[in-house]
Design a protein around this ligand. Structure first.
Ligand SMILES: Cc1ncc(COP(=O)(O)O)c(C=O)c1O
Length: 401
């Protein structure tokens, strides 16, 4: 560490030698062995390991079923499709999310309606959802930003009053809980992502969970071209077993057995990883809680945070430098900070297609200007965490008023 506190941005010694990413997967020998076993077997895709992963995942999140997909985006698309979201429908969602949460609605010909967030949680504000209702509203699609559960009670109350579908985007929230119940079985459908920075990974992958068995066949069909039966059923020797009737327009959104073997191993270590994520978040909170130049990541009573990412909120009235400069200074210290997210309604495609723009969701826009994502993944050592803390303190000392 630089003794005189000169920023790496100004030629000083960086806090660490190598860049620390904001997120990273963790694969162990058992994961590799499980994948190799599938590679030596008969089923690379459409086989029994997918079903085993689905079963284990449903149990892990307390849902009656889980259907695997090739990505979290495919899972969202499928969830929107099977709940009948289509042209002319409006779906209320948060602007502070990854694009896929809203894109899945466009895939179905529906219109995302961006309701603002609560500054205190960075999640969809139930009052804003209420205000955004229209005769065309078909569903609500909340996102548990960073892994902090939304106010699902309030959202369910609104949904019940208007007979709306609720699809939770839980890409950040595997393992998160509300009142002791895991997210995954609380709404009509819930979707997850297994991208490498997420809680568990399959390289690419996703899952839809829920409790209504009537939706399972539709989900399986949708991931398989809209064909009525999957390959293993067609292998049976009954008359007509070869037939593949396409009865809806689906896609190839299948997760492979190779990926599912990896997912099973990853899932078995979920609890330990959640505990480590909590531990790192606690260290950040302890280090930054008394720092007036920033506000620590929000938490909420009665919920368990899954800590997918650690969003630090800069207090701009206490700082001389803007977020971009602070971001550059931290990167120069080899801290791989990031920003989640440019609000969806500010992306050029949305502005042009839907006529959205600045001013639509002031709380999300204000939060975005202040947000900085700090590295957080279970493989971080305590020294890595200390490096992040030292770098933030070093940069903030320079950036403050
Ligand atoms: C909130 C959110 N929704 C959806 C997705 C899409 O998931 P995937 O990358 O697996 O398609 C992501 C992640 O990338 C996400 O963060």
């Amino acid at each position: 560490m630089s003794d005189d506190g000169t920023l790496a941005l100004h030629g000083g010694r960086p806090v660490r030698e190598r860049m620390l990413p904001y997120g990273r997967h963790e694969i162990d020998e058992a994961d590799i062995q499980a994948v190799v076993e599938v590679l030596r077997g008969d089923w690379l895709t459409n086989g029994p390991t997918v079903a085993r992963f689905e079963q284990a995942f449903a149990e892990a999140v307390g849902a009656s079923f889980a259907v695997a997909f090739s990505s979290g985006t495919a899972a969202l698309h499928a969830a929107a499709f099977v709940t009948g979201i289509g042209p002319g429908d409006e779906v209320i969602t948060s602007p502070l999310t990854f694009l896929a949460s809203a894109n899945c609605l466009l895939y179905c010909g529906a219109r995302p309606i961006f309701a603002d967030i609560e500054p205190a949680t960075l999640n969809l504000d139930p009052a804003a959802v209420q205000a955004a209702l229209s005769p065309r509203t078909k569903a609500i699609l909340p996102i548990h930003f960073a892994g902090l559960p939304c106010r699902m009670d309030a959202i369910h109350t609104i949904a019940r009053s208007r007979n709306l579908t609720v699809i939770e985007d839980a890409a950040h929230a595997l393992g998160a809980e509300i009142g002791g119940r895991r997210i995954g079985g609380l709404s009509d459908l819930t979707t997850f992502s297994f991208h490498p920075v997420k809680h568990i990974t399959t390289g690419e992958g996703g899952m839809v969970t829920g409790n209504d068995p009537a939706l399972v066949e539709g989900l399986k069909r949708f991931r398989n071209h809209g064909i009525e039966r999957e390959v293993r059923q067609r292998q049976k020797s009954t008359p007509g077993a070869w037939r593949q009737d396409m009865i809806a327009l689906g896609f190839n959104y299948r997760l492979t057995d190779i990926q599912s073997a990896l997912g099973l191993g990853q899932l078995s270590r979920l609890d330990a990883r959640l505990a480590r994520r909590e531990d790192i978040a606690r260290r950040y909170r302890e280090a930054f809680a008394a720092m007036p130049e920033a506000t620590v990541a929000p938490t909420r009573q009665g919920t368990r945070h899954a800590w997918h990412i650690y969003p630090l909120l800069l207090n701009r009235d206490r700082l001389e430098r803007d977020r971009e400069t602070i971001f550059q200074a931290l990167r120069a210290e080899n801290i791989g900070v990031s920003v989640h997210y440019l609000p969806v309604h500010l992306h050029p495609y949305y502005r042009e297609r839907l006529g959205t723009g600045p001013g639509l969701c002031p709380a999300a826009e204000a939060a975005f200007e202040r947000l900085l994502t700090l590295p957080l993944f279970p493989g971080m050592s305590n020294e890595d965490v200390a490096d992040v803390i030292a770098a933030v303190q070093k940069v903030i000392r320079w950036a403050r008023k």
